[in-house]
Design a protein around this ligand. Structure first.
Ligand SMILES: Nc1ncnc2c1ncn2[C@@H]1O[C@H](COP(=O)(O)OP(=O)(O)OP(=O)(O)O)[C@@H](O)[C@H]1O
Ligand SMILES: [Mg+2]
Length: 267
């Protein structure tokens, strides 16, 4: 039936409690790479949400949204606005129309994971409308998944937008600079100000660290999980646009993400 919310039929392994994860950090620290590498070690199915308008996550996990005929949240929203202007389907509420389009047009269904991408706005103004749409849709959708995994854009602004407000694990990807320390404090401050509830606040050293520079994260007073190894193949795969899901099992970066997740209680 047109415009009723489709029932998802994902079956969960084991418990039905959804674990919610956010990968955040400064620009270029490896947030998306972390999400792509983590996917292999998370319980299935996962709902991935790419909040970065640049949308680099899909190609990192081998998804070509255009080829799949999928839209971003912003594109779906734009279509809804156009339909409203042209008075198409006037009997359905705007909210239901949006949700329906999001579920049918924007949700990519993959093997072991589904993906929603925010995309870039086409109209002037803030991200309030797409954020609200995502927030309510995620609340509904997430019950069908073992995990919700959010890949963030660079910086802290997305935290203000509060798309997901109750989080189990915040993974803060850090680079070896003094600015990174300030960034950690900013993330904590905003998360608390905005009222995002979280269970764990984890620091992760990115591939640019060595054992000497790691010491300042260890002394930060926050829970430090460990370092992701530099792996030239990760860089190579990203440059070639190959899926990081196809990295060999002995990839040092992949193994370090596995170990970090184990430290955080993912097995
Ligand atoms: N373990 C690693 N070994 C080698 N290179 C890496 C590793 N992790 C990430 N990189 C490289 O670092 C760069 C940034 O990675 P990525 O795009 O994941 O960062 P990001 O934080 O998501 O960036 P943005 O802020 O633009 O979203 C990429 O070129 C990627 O190939
Ligand atoms: Mg990214």
């Amino acid at each position: 039936m047109l415009f009723t919310l489709p029932q998802k039929s994902r079956s969960l392994e084991g418990s039905t409690l959804t674990r919610k994860i956010i990968s955040t950090g400064r620009g270029g620290t490896g947030k998306s790479t972390f999400v792509a590498l983590a996917l292999r070690y998370l319980r299935t199915p996962s709902l991935l949400v790419d909040l970065d308008p640049d949308s680099s996550l899909p190609s990192m996990i081998g998804v070509d949204l255009q080829r799949e005929g999928k839209r971003t949240v912003c594109e779906a929203l734009y279509d809804v606005v156009m339909r409203r202007k042209q008075n198409v389907t006037p009997t359905i509420t705007t909210h239901d129309l949006m949700q329906s389009m999001l579920w049918s047009d924007a949700l990519y269904e993959g093997k072991g994971f589904d993906l929603l991408t925010l995309g870039a706005k086409y109209v002037e103004g803030c991200y309030c409308a797409p954020d609200n749409l995502l927030r309510t849709t995620i609340q509904e959708l997430v019950k069908n998944y073992a995990q919700l995994v959010v890949d963030s854009p660079a910086g802290v602004e997305h935290l203000n937008r509060n798309v997901v407000s109750d989080v189990d694990d915040l993974f803060v990807l850090c680079d070896p600079s003094l600015k990174a320390l300030k960034h950690i404090q900013r993330v904590k401050h905003i998360v608390e100000q905005v009222g995002i509830q979280y269970r764990n606040f984890y620091l992760v050293a990115n591939h640019q660290f060595d054992s000497t520079s790691e010491s300042y994260l260890k002394q930060s007073g926050e829970t430090y999980l460990g370092r992701i190894e530099y792996d030239p193949e990760v860089d190579n795969y990203n440059r070639q646009g190959w899926s990081l899901l196809d990295l060999p099992d002995d990839s040092p970066a992949r193994l370090s993400v596995r170990n970090l997740l184990a430290m955080a209680g993912y097995s």
